[in-house]
Design a protein around this ligand. Structure first.
Ligand code: MN
Length: 467
């Protein structure tokens, strides 16, 4: 009879690996009914599913582990038969050796064979983590797929949601003092809102709905850290400066780095994912849970890593706002402790409260967007402020305007059109400017005043009543 373990021995040197390497000889006899699944942190994380049969462990390396969702099949690479002694192996295979990396037993138990042919294996697992009916089927030489034949493990089990959009705050003020205790306060880090999906030991980074996983390779380790745990996290990507403060300039460099620059830049200016929310956990949709409960779950299961950790919640709005000012941040986000997570929505359960000065402005006109077909669309608003001589030009605001703001204002401003600028002194030459009677007012925040008398970095906050 052929030596079933010849290939196994051929890949290993017993002097250099802690793995069991039995000599040739008759194979032990089992009952063809035990299995082991080992989580193997090799160069790429995978789970080795091994079924005891005919005196050996018949083995597949499954990169994403056994699927829980019957609608999703996972790749299972057929690997060499392993000796029965391997069923109890845990340890570290030295780097540079075959399969170098840590091996831990993820589950073991009994299984029942329903069908076993050279190209199809149907079994029922009865372990503490792996349970239910599965079929392994060959799709080409060496490559198999594994499919769950049972329904998901729990009736309320949910697959990982795809394309989740972050919930967003509305611009607001600190809640009144007597309601302070109903809110949690987080720093506004001014980073890039992101969703990170961890599934099958892989972390996928989504920014504005686009897959940016390869742009932020330092978050790959989050997948290996969480192993078979499945979750969807909301948070913010930041790049810190040498003083530990988020740097908009460094983040911009990372956002714009070419494929060739990414590796180098991730070494010089690594990104940190500040986790603020939990959207899904191990088959449970956590969006209906209150903010407070979602944060508690996060604290419980998410281990901090070199490039990710929870962004803290601070009690007490005035203290939080003062802390953010001391840290040189732009403000805080207040979140109602009892509020649910509403993907893609901007609600007043979350308030963005700015540290920046604010100012009442008059709308003196608008600029159409760069490539606008319709001149009445609003790209930016031309701002005026009252001074001793009348209305003075104060710059153009483009950020902070939502699509709803733009369409509402477009309708109103169209009725106020006039031919000439409404300023007391001539404004700079603004190509494509449309002037209006300056009767609509609004509030902007801004960084400071430029020497040219214009607002620097103005952000539109809201409309204000006339007068
Ligand atoms: Mn392996």
């Amino acid at each position: 009879m052929a030596d079933k373990l010849a290939k196994y021995r051929g890949k290993r040197d017993p002097e250099r690996t802690p793995e069991p390497v039995p000599g040739a000889g008759p194979l032990p006899e089992g009952n063809d009914d035990t299995f082991v699944i080992q989580e193997h942190h090799a160069r790429r994380l995978h789970w080795d599913v091994r079924l005891e049969r005919g005196g050996v462990l018949v083995s597949w390396a499954v990169p994403k582990g056994l699927p829980l969702d019957p609608k999703t099949n996972h790749l299972a690479v057929h690997t060499e038969d392993h000796p029965l002694e391997y069923a109890s192996f845990e340890g570290s295979i030295p780097h540079g050796e075959y399969g170098g990396g840590k091996v831990v037993i993820w589950d073991r138990g009994r299984y029942v064979t329903e069908k076993w042919t050279p190209r199809e294996v149907k079994v029922v697992f009865d372990g503490s983590r792996a349970s239910g009916r599965y079929v392994f089927f060959q799709i080409r030489e060496g490559d198999w797929m594994v499919h769950r034949m049972d329904p998901p493990p729990r009736p309320d089990w949910q697959p990982v949601p795809v394309g989740i959009k972050p919930m967003r705050p509305t611009v607001g003020q600190l809640p009144p003092a007597d309601q302070d205790a109903a809110w949690g306060f987080e720093m506004d880090w001014g980073g890039e809102p992101a969703i990170v999906v961890v599934d099958g030991g892989r972390a996928r980074v989504e920014v504005s709905g686009a897959d940016q996983t390869t742009r932020y390779p330092e978050l790959r380790a989050l997948g290996a850290t969480l192993g078979s745990q499945v979750c969807v996290l909301g948070g913010t990507l930041v790049v810190l400066d040498p003083h530990g403060r988020p740097s908009a300039a460094r983040l911009k460099e990372r956002r714009e780095a070419s494929a060739r620059q990414i590796q180098r830049r991730s070494g010089i200016a690594p990104v940190t994912f500040l986790v603020t929310d939990l959207i899904h956990l191990d088959g449970q949709d956590t969006t209906p849970l209150p903010y407070e409960e979602r944060r508690r779950l996060l604290e419980e299961f998410l281990p901090a890593g070199p490039n990710w950790h929870m962004s803290p919640t601070i009690a007490g709005g005035p203290d939080a706002l003062a802390a953010s000012r001391d840290l040189g941040l732009r403000g805080i986000v207040a979140k109602r402790l009892d509020s649910t997570y509403r993907p893609g929505r901007r609600t007043d359960d979350w308030l963005s409260i700015s540290n920046l000065p604010t100012l009442r402005v008059a709308i003196a006109g608008w600029l159409p967007p760069a490539a606008a077909e319709d001149d009445h669309q609003i790209g930016g608003l031309i701002l005026g402020v009252d001074n001793a001589d009348g209305l003075a030009y104060a710059g153009v605001v483009r950020t902070g305007l939502t699509a709803a703001d733009r369409s509402e204002l477009a309708g109103q401003l169209r009725r106020l059109v006039r031919k000439t600028p409404p300023f007391s002194t001539p404004p700079p030459d603004l190509a494509d400017a449309h002037w209006v009677r300056p009767t609509l007012a609004g509030e902007v925040s801004y960084r400071d005043w430029g020497a040219d008398g214009r607002l620097r970095r103005p952000t539109w906050l809201r409309r204000l009543p006339a007068g």
